[in-house]
Design a protein around this ligand. Sequence first.
Ligand code: MG
Length: 222
Amino acid sequence: MSSGKVKVVEKIFEANDTLAAQIEGRLKDSGVFAINIMASPGAGKTSLILKTIEKLHRNFKIGVIEGDTAAVTIDSDKVTALGIPAVQINTGGQCHLDAVMIGQALNHLALSELDLIIVENVGNLICPASFKIGTHANVVISSIPEGDDKPHKYTGIYRGIDVLLINKIDLLPYLDFRMDYFRQGVEILNPGVTTFELSCKTGEGFDGWIQWISKQVDAFKK
Ligand code: MG
C-alpha cells in the first residue's frame, strides 16, 4: 500500500516538471526572461520587486505574478500602482506556486509585449524549493534580521538557486549577523553562487543586481 502512495507523489512532481519545461519554452519563444523570487515572509520580496521595477521600467517591459496563500491583492496592488501589469495567484492555503498556477497566470499577461516577468513565490524557505515553475532563474532573498543560520538549517532552497540576494545590509550594525558564517553555509550547498549584498531601503549594493538582471533580459530579448 505504501509504495502506491509514493508513486502518486512521484507522478505529481513529474507532471509539474513537464509543464514547467513547456512554460520555460513558451517564455523563451516569446523572448521573455522570467525569474522566481523565493524568501521568508518579510525578507523584502515585494520591496525588491518594486525597486527593481523602478530601476528597469524605462529599459524593459515588465510583468509580475504575485503568489499568496490568502485571497489578498496587497502586493499586486503596489505593483499595478506603478503602472506595471500584475496577476495575483491565491494558492488557497498551499505554501508554494506550481507550474499549473503559473501557466494559468501567463494567460492574463501579454507575453509578446513583455521582456521580463518577475514571480513572487509564497513566503517560506521550504515548499517553493520543490516545485519548478518554468522560470529561467531562481533567486533567493535572505535578510539580515532572519539570522545567519538559515543556510545551515534550510539547506534545500539554497541548492538550486542562480542568484542569492542578501537584503537589509543597512541593519548589519544593529544585529549579530555573521556574514562569513552565513556565506560559508551557502558556499557548501551552492559553491560560487552569484551573490549580491544590498539594501532595498538605502539602495546600497543594488547596481550589481540590476546589471545582472539586465544582462539576462537582454540575452532573451527578441
Ligand atoms: Mg510580498
